[in-house]
Write a protein that binds this ligand. Structure first.
Ligand code: GLC
Length: 579
């Protein structure tokens, strides 16, 4: 490589992104991360001010949920301009400064890209409404409604945010034409069959690649290709909502390969696709390196183990055996197929994992967060931390429907009530399940007003008066060596040091245990085998575990152990190694 090449921004990006598999990606929900200008809303300069904190934690990338101009009906996942920054977060110049400052700390930046749909306020949609014969009409998916005057939706597909997935042309209701919106009615699905749409998306991705980003997180990307027959869904499942006809749709792989060839590969970007209702077979195809599509995929089957009969808005305890079985299947099948998993316990669409899978009682909240960290970080794939996980944040304890902000939650509450569920149960359900649980502000300093997030009332307040009631503050976590923050810091480092994390096989141990989540990884080396063992007690009872034979050393332990214990204390986890 010549000196000139070595210094070019592109080759620097390629170098930074060469070894992404063993890095940890930190997800930022900018609205609730850090407010720099005292308006109660997190912003980009706020993120810049916390880069040293993130560098010290050791993360390799930041993934920012959308910061583009948006009416905010789905908190930024309804984009009205793909090439700018929403003023509530700052300016394009602020964002470019964030890229530079992050890169100076050897941290890459991944932008969220939402191209299954646009906001109905996007210029394209407005043009599509204004001139039904013009070129923008075909940027979206229009179908004539059923009934003599097209007064019924074209098919029975349901929006993921309740109600029909179709809305009538508001400008020309007499036309009988409806547009598809798999999410909110203000999020109109793009028509990827139209080559102009594909060219626009390529152009947008290039725009950001040219500005020095390191990758994309592609929102609901396996929904972009719809079965062009648009049939009614007749499947007898709780979700006979149409997803059979658009999840991993007919041309999804072709479209992703196109983006890979045109943008991802030439710019050396890493990519993670959000895949709803997918399969391991499909995710192998999306991520196997020789196919040239994506670097890795998020799948959500392990996020559904507490959906009774597949219903999201219903409460049920989960069975640890289901969780283990689901994760083990994804581990083994992705490894066997040479695909790559994105590993996570929570994100901006899920409740907090400590509350959901272990316990968030104050005396064990930190312990449970460490156990989840150890369990995730031993797996095969690329690890993610969602903001606040490193502070053992729990669900903040909502008590009334008026406290929620999220459209999906409010719609679900209404639908539950209309479906005859009593008010108490409907509330209990959203309190437990709402994604707003993850969207309350970070707690930077428990001694400062508003937990140090902002100097004024935040855009969205936790329903408790002091932040430290639902999180350990960052100030405390960084200075206290026993905090979950330090557990993450060590785990992040370990994953860089030992190739077994990325290259080892996976075997679930004691699959039938209702208390212990344990697995072993193995990696053949010349003349011997490296081994890694994780055993985590997901119950509040002391429990025995039969340790596989071996001369184990302790890599990480929730209880500060130096030797393998006889039994596991409540919520105890341990990570062992043979080099
Ligand atoms: C993804 C996002 C979610 C959003 C939806 C529609 O699932 O993560 O927040 O509501 O897509 O864009």
């Amino acid at each position: 490589m010549t000196n000139k090449e070595a210094q070019s921004p592109l080759s620097r990006a390629a170098a930074r992104n060469a070894n992404w598999r063993d890095k940890t990606i930190y997800q930022i929900y900018p609205m609730s991360f850090a407010d720099s200008n005292g308006d109660g809303m997190g912003d980009i300069p706020g993120i810049i001010s916390k880069l040293d904190y993130l560098a010290e934690l050791g993360v390799g990338y930041l993934w920012l949920t959308p910061v583009y101009p948006s009416p905010g009906n789905d908190n930024g996942y309804d984009i009205s301009d793909y090439r700018d920054v929403d003023p509530k977060f700052g300016t394009l110049a602020d964002l470019e400064e964030l890229f530079a400052e992050a890169h100076a700390r050897n941290i890459g930046v991944i932008m969220d890209m939402v191209v299954n749909h646009t906001s109905t306020e996007h210029r394209w949609f407005q043009e599509a409404l204004r001139d039904p014969t013009g070129p923008y009409r075909d940027y979206y998916i229009w179908r004539r409604g059923k009934g003599e005057h097209g007064e019924e939706p074209p098919n029975n597909w349901a929006s993921k945010f309740s109600g029909s997935a179709w809305a009538q042309d508001p400008a020309h209701p007499e036309s009988g034409e409806w547009y598809l919106h798999l999410y909110d009615r203000t999020q109109a699905d793009l028509n990827w069959e139209n080559p102009r749409v594909r060219a626009e998306v390529i152009d947008i991705c290039r725009f950001w690649a040219e500005r020095g980003i390191d990758g994309f997180r592609l929102d609901v990307i396996n929904n972009i290709s719809k079965d062009q027959r648009f049939p009614d869904d007749t499947y007898e499942t709780p979700s006979h909502d149409g997803r059979t006809y658009y999840s991993d749709g007919p041309r999804a792989h072709e479209f992703l390969h196109l983006l890979h060839e045109e943008v991802f590969e030439p710019y050396g970007l890493i990519t993670v696709g959000e895949m709803s209702s997918t399969t391991t077979e499909q995710c192998v195809l999306y991520t196997r390196p020789d196919r040239g599509e994506l670097s890795m995929t998020f799948s959500f089957h392990h996020m559904k183990v507490d959906y009774p009969g597949g219903a999201k808005w219903a409460r049920a305890d989960y069975d640890l055996r289901d969780l283990k079985h689901t994760i083990a299947t994804w581990q083994q099948e992705m490894i066997a197929g040479e695909g790559w998993n994105a590993l996570f316990w929570t994100n901006h669409d899920q409740p907090r994992a400590t509350s959901r899978f272990l316990s968030d009682a104050e005396d064990v909240r930190e312990l449970c967060a460490k156990t989840l960290a150890i369990t995730e970080f031993g797996l095969c794939g690329t690890t993610y931390i969602y903001q606040g996980e490193e502070l053992a944040m729990r669900n903040p304890g909502f008590t009334a429907i008026e406290q929620f902000e999220d459209t999906e939650t409010v719609n679900a509450y209404r639908a539950l009530m209309e479906g005859g569920v009593g008010a108490n149960e409907a509330l209990a359900c959203v309190v437990e399940k709402s994604r707003d649980n993850c969207r309350v502000p970070m707690v930077w300093d428990e001694r400062a007003p508003h937990g140090g997030f902002s100097t004024v009332d935040p855009w969205f307040s936790a329903p408790v008066s002091t932040g430290c009631a639902y999180a350990t503050s960052a100030r405390y976590a960084v200075t206290n060596v026993d905090s979950v923050w330090h557990t993450y810091q060590r785990l992040i480092r370990l994953r860089h040091e030992l190739p077994i994390f990325t290259d080892g096989s996976f075997e679930l141990l004691d699959a039938n245990s209702e208390r212990v989540f344990a697995y072993e990884r193995r990696l053949k080396k010349s003349g011997h085998e490296e081994r890694l063992l994780v055993a985590a007690n997901f119950s509040g009872e002391e429990t025995t575990f039969t340790w596989p034979q071996g001369d184990w050393t302790v890599l990480e332990s929730t209880h500060g152990r130096c030797v393998v214990p006889e039994s596991l204390e409540p919520y105890e986890a341990i990570m062992l190694h043979i080099g």
